[in-house]
Design a protein around this ligand. Structure first.
Ligand SMILES: Cc1cc2nc3c(=O)[nH]c(=O)nc-3n(C[C@H](O)[C@H](O)[C@H](O)COP(=O)(O)O)c2cc1C
Length: 388
């Protein structure tokens, strides 16, 4: 067993163990992948201030996200097709999250269904919905989430149309994978993955197949997106969704201060500053560069969460110090899941927790809820000085 000390170690194992089609699906951004790359690289433009001779004992990373206790401000982001990265992937990831005391967010586009994840976990999880045209189907999704005891709904608002990832088209991404000479040859080298898949019946979009009407090809993410997603989405429609769900609500996918101000009128409990991990608008500002402007616009009026680009506890610390009350990791836990199943997700959370805890201490803090911008050195032009 190799010694795993960071997220990149998990990524290397993940790459060896999971078919190329699903590795590429996760490890890509849209078009040139500029935003995907800068989401991670821009974190290194922010520096942390080290302090010494401060009592660093009795530290705590515990806090709250939308009023719910979390052992650290890091949730697992909604990730479609997680059950293709590892057999029963959503159940494995949700179990790792509940044991660690952090929220798990199940995607609409999951392989395991809402009911299935609920039946195999003990604590409530969060459910993410996309903004779909079919009102009945939307209401049923919310009702199913309620019946499954989900403790929050996350509405993802940045996917009216789908950003193109070249590799998914070239690989013919589908769930389950279509059997071609190329895909069979690749899967034959991924023995553990294949045995896991043979041993499970969960290989289709569990929330959609058998629930949605008129989906002509339920194995294809792109055909479902083209048919079901609402290109005409507007704020009134988002307010209608608010009425469909009476529990805590999070609006995910805000990257512009003007949209953040609009989101205040929806009655959400939190927004997530996110560019979908660089998978939608290529050429958009990295999420960490966008965060300070959004904090300035709405940070005192609504709980702000953050994702896109987090690969370490230091990244989490920077986002929290900028004012985010919580963060989400997407790929960082998918690497762990693909590498080692539930144990790998736990490992990813452990790596990030340790980095967060020790870096916080180096910065002279013992309580994550007290960390603020004081620990950061941010270049004056970090968020850009743009022409009007
Ligand atoms: C493979 C993959 C699938 C995703 N599927 C969804 C999804 O179904 N719903 C959603 O709201 N976001 C989805 N996202 C975006 C994540 O929720 C999150 O915003 C993103 O992964 C954060 O960036 P990071 O991967 O750099 O942490 C997906 C991201 C990835 C990498």
């Amino acid at each position: 067993m190799p010694v795993i000390t960071n997220i990149d170690d998990l990524k290397k194992i993940y790459r060896r163990r999971v078919p190329k089609m699903f590795y590429d699906y996760a490890e890509s951004g849209s078009w040139t992948e500029q935003t995907f790359r800068e989401n991670t690289s821009d974190f290194s433009d922010i520096y942390l201030r080290q302090r010494i001779a401060v009592d660093m004992s009795n530290r705590s990373t515990a806090t709250r996200m939308i009023g719910q206790d979390v052992s650290m401000p890091v949730a697992l982001a909604p990730v479609g097709l997680t059950g293709m990265q590892h057999a029963d992937g959503e159940i494995k990831a949700a179990r790792a999250a509940e044991k660690f005391g952090v929220p798990y967010t199940l995607s609409t586009m999951s392989i395991c269904s809402i009911e299935d994840v609920a039946a195999h976990t003990e604590k409530p999880f969060w459910f993410q919905v996309y903004t779909l045209k079919d009102n009945d189907f939307m209401q049923r999704l919310f009702d199913r989430a309620k019946a499954a005891n989900c403790s929050a709904a996350v509405i993802t608002v940045d996917l009216q149309v789908l950003g193109q990832r070249h590799k998914d088209l070239k690989n013919g991404l589908s769930a389950p994978p279509k059997l071609t000479v190329k895909s069979i040859a690749d899967m034959m080298t991924k023995v553990q993955w294949g045995l896991g898949m043979l041993g499970t019946k969960r290989r289709f979009f569990g929330n959609i197949v058998g629930h949605a009407k008129g989906v002509s090809d339920p194995s294809s993410l792109s055909s479902w997106t083209a048919e079901a997603f609402d290109e005409a989405l507007n704020w009134d429609r988002i307010r209608e969704f608010r009425k469909m769900w009476d529990g805590p609500l999070i609006i995910k996918g805000i990257i512009d201060p003007r949209d953040a101000r609009e989101a205040l009128n929806v009655g959400a409990d939190a927004i997530v500053v996110s560019n979908h991990g660089g998978r939608q608008l290529d050429g958009a500002l990295s999420a960490i560069r966008a965060l300070p402007q959004i904090m300035d616009a709405v940070g005192d009026k609504i709980e702000v969460h953050f994702d896109s680009g987090i690969r370490s506890g230091q990244d989490v610390l920077k986002a929290i110090a900028l004012g985010a009350k919580g963060t989400y990791i997407g790929r960082a836990y998918v690497y762990g899941l693909g590498a080692m199943g539930q144990e790998g997700v736990t490992k990813a959370l452990q790596c990030i927790h340790k980095e967060l805890d020790v870096s916080m201490a180096f910065c002279g803090h013992t309580d994550i809820t007290k960390v603020d911008r004081d620990i950061l050195m941010i270049p004056k032009d970090f968020s850009g000085d743009w022409q009007a």
